[in-house]
Write a protein that binds this ligand. Sequence first.
Ligand SMILES: [Zn+2]
Length: 268
Amino acid sequence: MAQKYRYGEMTWPEVKAAAQRPCVAILPIATLEDHGLHLPIDTDLMLCSSVCELAASRAPDRTVLVPAINHGYSPHHMDFPGALTIGPHTLIDYGLDVCESLAHHGFKRILIVNGHGSNTPFADIIARECVVRTGALTAAVNYWSAPGVRETADALRESDAIGGMNHACEFETSLYLALRPDLVDMAAAVRELSHRPSKNYWTDLIAGDGPLVMMEHWSRLSRSGVMGDPTNASAEKGRALLDAAANGLIELVDELLVRDTPAREDHH
Ligand SMILES: [Zn+2]
């Protein structure tokens, strides 16, 4: 039988065995929220879960794919029908409870893979807290920041250098087109660059953000829900990005696996 890597498909002895071998538990975390007039509200969940699934399927000997945390921090999207948000403390507690459970069962390396920009600080806190509370080496990454994704995206990019790849944009739409083209209505895709970047404030998934970290209500920033230019999206770009992101995650998995964890020393 092929090596199982999906956590939910395992029996408890299989979970036990996975935790005892060199293995990274991958925990996707996303949200449900508006993604323009052309993409489903599950975009962040679909993209993040799919990247993690592809990565784990390519490295089933050293990964376990935990079912995704579907819900995230999206209160600034509530002006658009569809967003389901959970509070910041709920998200931290939820993610930490899942990670602590994994650590309890013996997993010593956990990689939280986030698919929603506004979950970023919470994924960071969950990882930090899990390290402190359990000793399990726990790290967080946004899948679009995995090694190799930026280079791939830069090579494919046709949308504006700053802001063209933000939300329901060329990047996310291309990925969705590669996964479920039947759910993407390209006729309804609109270019919207309305987040009003200024000297120290700008956002872009690939180019990065300015020093001023700020998130306003989405309806103040976008009429359609789009931030960026999805009209340049294609399934071909999406397949290249998916491939790069999955390989990038495997690189992170391997880096975590070889990282040593020297004993602590209390200097009191
Ligand atoms: Zn998104």
